[in-house]
Design a protein around this ligand. Structure first.
Ligand SMILES: Nc1nc2c(c(=O)[nH]1)N[C@H]1C(S)=C(S)[C@@H](COP(=O)(O)OP(=O)(O)OC[C@H]3O[C@@H](n4cnc5c(=O)[nH]c(N)nc54)[C@H](O)[C@@H]3O)O[C@H]1N2
Ligand SMILES: Nc1nc2c(c(=O)[nH]1)N[C@H]1C(S)=C(S)[C@@H](COP(=O)(O)OP(=O)(O)OC[C@H]3O[C@@H](n4cnc5c(=O)[nH]c(N)nc54)[C@H](O)[C@@H]3O)O[C@H]1N2
Ligand SMILES: [Mo]
Length: 798
């Protein structure tokens, strides 16, 4: 490969902004992983963030309003706020404080900043460095062939969008992406505009996150979301947490776990990593908890192999059935199964083919531990199963969720108090986006309702999701992409492929609050539209507005910012969508966009007319604690693909996870210092990994067998679809993780995730199931990476 890059290629490279964070190694420090989460360090870190990142006044004041009954919804995760008591000091966690500091910063990225820094130069910085510059203060535009973003007025920006959209041959040449922070109100007008324009192309972050859960649950119980409420955690017998890291990603969940456990519940954790937040907790909002022994959370920890959950669940079902044989009538809820489900006998029959010892070996859990787990399930009646990305981002994630549902149905534990399914949602309003029709395959009833209420004909063909949108951009079937928040480039799989797909666009538009790598890999023309953030005051016609969001458990609550917007040029997302609609559709539109611009109440009134469960929206949303959306399965009313009145036990296949000697399975996870693609800091405190993100966690035996040492530099490879994908320069970290399983951080390793490696049924990237090879690092690898980039670029732009 050496010297194989010709002159022309070098020229391409010297102008091609990098889609991948640069390969700079820092100075890794390692400490033993923690056995408990939060506590004094968490408090100190929250304060640190706010003091360092924002002026104390801007961030600090906001902190006390976060998640209060009259404050704003935390922009971090979707975990619900307690209904009864909320701490007067603010209902927040360390990572909520970081998310707030991130948007409450007083640093500004203005026109001058962009005139001094070319897109190419900015791309040489790490994601952490890029996010440190601050908030974007005015709309920016880069023309075809441009090297720098330049300022543009809002009117001009909407005009450019209108010209482009109206020049397309078909509305389906446009796509409208959504990241899960957008409020209900903005979501509604946004999807309404795109549907009146004529497309169902709504890829969203859900297509990389909980699509698997929605798809599997809709098929098996009749609703695409969870069935439990926060109160269920307080009075239950057993909480099982699979593939989810609450200490980092939903820290306020730890308070609920503590409360449940103090009331007598047991906790079981199933995860390849012994995550601190699964093991123990010191409640940072209780002085007495900050000192002394941490509160023990987990009663049984099962260190499953990556993707071993499918064998583990089958083993648990078999063993639970055995417990029933030992104690007839005590374990299996025959009455419930008879009345509310279908497919039980077939499932029992199917499970007979599996050998329990083989299942144990494939899951990586000893038979004895599996028996202990099954006994806990067989003897505790009310069971909640929570899960996160460790399950949904597996190629067979849908099947795993069917097995989770079957396990619960056997015990009659869905639709009962203190029992049910709990997919823990990610983004703070990703659930609300889906409820309000950010959906590339809306139902006929939903579209009929829009047609009836508004009087236009919404498109009926299904639209593109994230993975199919990437392919469509490649094939130049799509020419325009609008992103309501998010960072499509870095969140999506197969970074090189996705980058080239994005470069094929004629125009890309990104509604954002801060610069991110996604702004640097753009269409021929690109716009950045900066908006006010959740914590800032949204003032329309001199009046402070509130918006609303839906949390992970189906509760709609209002949210009202408290900070002054950082710049006078910032507008809100609802106005972005309405003004875009006016510019694009003009007289063609049958919707009164000005009414929505002037009043969010009017938006909510129309949502109420179109979406079930929003009766008296305006009145109920401002009530203390908001209101709960209807949930049939919670009330014991099931439906499923196989029976309109019953839940289904699905029969699922096993997976062949055999690996060659030099092959490993890799998961991609979050550190404690990031929110998805936004890197706040360089530490992963609970896992004891400091000052470095380019690490690969491996079992010591695997390290020895492969002839490596901890600290060695390696390159990572994936060979799906016969293509060599390379992630160069990682450091080996010895970690308590099962053999043959490895873990790295997202987005650095997204380059290794094939766009075709998807979750069956849900078409999500299977980013926690990546087959990799690990080789000793050689400096020559960089040339090979460059070569790959140039070849891929040429192929796409030929
Ligand atoms: N601070 C912070 N909060 C966040 C986010 C953030 O980035 N930062 N992101 C938000 C979003 S959008 C989401 S979706 C959620 C994500 O929250 P989580 O669902 O917790 O996401 P991850 O950190 O990707 O990984 C989850 C866990 O899966 C485990 N895992 C990996 N492979 C397997 C497997 O094969 N089996 C099992 N059982 N476990 C496995 C990993 O060890 C890890 O503990 O958090 C939300 N909240
Ligand atoms: N390999 C791998 N890939 C993954 C995952 C994984 O675990 N592994 N996780 C997946 C998951 S679960 C998800 S949800 C996706 C996330 O995908 P996205 O939602 O697309 O990504 P985020 O990183 O959350 O988006 C961050 C950007 O949103 C913008 N932003 C922040 N706040 C606001 C706001 O208030 N308004 C607006 N308009 N913009 C704002 C900022 O500019 C910021 O740069 O990534 C997925 N990708
Ligand atoms: Mo997510």
């Amino acid at each position: 490969m050496e010297n194989n890059i010709d002159k022309n290629a070098e020229e391409i490279l010297s102008k091609l902004p990098s889609a991948i964070p640069p390969y700079k190694l820092l100075k890794l420090e390692q400490k033993p992983p923690k056995h408990w989460a939060a506590g004094v360090p968490a408090v100190m870190h929250s304060l640190d963030q706010l003091v360092l990142n924002a002026s104390v006044l801007r961030g600090g004041r906001a902190l006390f309003s976060m998640n209060q009954f009259d404050g704003f919804d935390c922009p971090s995760c979707a975990w619900p706020d307690p209904d009864d008591e909320r701490s007067r000091l603010g209902e927040y966690c360390e990572n909520g404080a970081k998310a707030l500091a991130e948007e409450a910063t007083s640093r500004k990225v203005d026109a001058e900043f962009f005139s001094k820094n070319s897109v190419y130069e900015l791309s040489k910085l790490s994601d952490y460095e890029i996010s440190q510059f601050g908030r974007i203060t005015e709309p920016m535009y880069i023309p075809k062939g441009g090297t720098h973003y330049q300022p543009i007025s809002w009117d001009e920006a909407f005009k450019k969008i209108a010209e482009k959209l109206n020049s397309l041959d078909s509305p389906n040449e446009a796509i409208f992406y959504t990241s899960g922070r957008t409020s209900n109100e903005a979501t509604w007008v946004y999807q309404l505009f795109a549907r009146e324009f004529g497309t169902n192309n709504f890829p969203d972050c859900s297509n990389m996150c909980h699509e698997t859960s929605g798809y599997a649950l809709l098929r098996s119980i009749g609703i695409g979301k969870g069935t439990v409420k926060l109160e269920d955690f307080y009075d239950t017998d057993l909480i099982i947490i699979m593939g989810q890291n609450p200490g980092t990603n939903s820290p306020r969940m730890l308070s609920a776990l503590e409360k449940g456990k103090r009331n007598g519940a047991k906790i079981m954790a199933i995860n390849p990593l012994p995550e601190a937040g699964l093991m123990g907790f010191r409640n940072p909002q209780q002085v007495r908890a900050l000192f002394g022994e941490p509160f023990k959370l987990c009663d049984l920890y099962l260190p499953v192999k990556i993707n071993g959950d499918i064998s583990l669940l089958k083993a648990l079902m078999k063993l639970v059935l055995e417990e029933e044989t030992k104690n007839p009538g005590k374990v299996i809820d025959r009455k419930f199964i008879e009345e509310k489900t279908t497919g039980f006998d077939e499932l029992v029959e199917d499970l007979k083919q599996y050998d329990i010892n083989a299942l144990a070996a494939e899951s990586g859990i000893s038979l004895q531990q599996l028996q202990e787990a099954a006994h806990m399930i067989a003897t505790n009646k009310r069971i909640i199963v929570c899960w996160g990305m460790g399950i949904t981002q597996q190629h067979n994630g849908v099947e795993m969720i069917h097995d989770i549902v079957s396990l619960l149905l056997m015990r009659g534990s869905i639709g009962v108090q203190g029992g049910g399914v709990c997919p823990v949602r990610g983004h703070s309003n990703v659930q609300g986006n889906r409820t309000l029709l950010i959906n590339h395959h809306p139902t006929k009833e939903q579209l009929d309702k829009l047609q009836e209420h508004y009087g236009f004909n919404p498109p009926r063909d299904h639209g593109l999701d994230v993975v199919s949108a990437i392919h469509a951009m490649h094939e130049k079937k799509v020419k325009f992409m609008f992103c309501m928040g998010g960072n499509f480039l870095s969140a999506a799989p197969d970074t090189t492929y996705t980058a080239n797909a994005l470069r094929n666009l004629e125009m890309s538009v990104s509604v954002s609050i801060k610069p991110n790598r996604g702004h640097l890999i753009h269409g021929q023309e690109a716009l950045i539209l900066p908006v006010i953030s959740r914590s800032e005051k949204d003032i329309v016609n001199g009046e402070l507005q509130h918006v609303s969001t839906e949390n992970s458990m189906g509760v709609i609550e209002w949210s009202r910012g408290v900070l002054d917007p950082l710049s006078e040029h910032l507008i809100n997302e609802t106005h972005v969508a309405c003004r875009m609609a006016k510019a694009v559709l003009g007289n063609r539109s049958v919707v009164d966009w000005d009414k929505y611009i002037n009043s969010y109440d009017a938006v909510r009134d129309d949502i109420e007319q179109c979406i079930p469960g929003f009766d008296d929206y305006n009145k109920r949303v401002v009530q203390k604690g908001g209101f709960y959306l209807p949930n049939g399965p919670r009330d014991g009313h099931f439906s499923s693909e196989n029976d309109p009145n019953k839940a289904t036990f699905f029969i699922t296949p096993m997976t062949d996870n055999r690996l060659a000697d030099d092959e490993f399975l890799m998961g991609t996870t979050r550190t404690h210092d990031q929110f998805n693609t936004v890197v706040y800091g360089l530490n992963d405190r609970y896992r004891g990994i400091f000052n470095e993100r380019r690490v690969i966690m491996m079992n010591q035996n695997d390290i020895d067998k492969a002839g490596f040492k901890a600290g060695d530099k390696v390159d990572l490879f994936n060979y799906d679809d016969g293509i060599e994908r390379i992630a160069p320069l990682f450091i080996i970290v010895a970690y308590p993780i099962p053999e043959k399983s490895t873990m790295t951080y997202f987005p650095e390793t997204n380059v290794l995730v094939s766009v075709n490696n998807v979750v069956k049924g849900a078409n999500m990237p299977a980013s926690k199931y990546v087959r990799i090879k690990i080789k000793k690092h050689t400096p020559e690898i960089f040339k090979k990476v460059d070569q790959t980039l140039v070849v891929a670029y040429r192929a796409d732009h030929a």
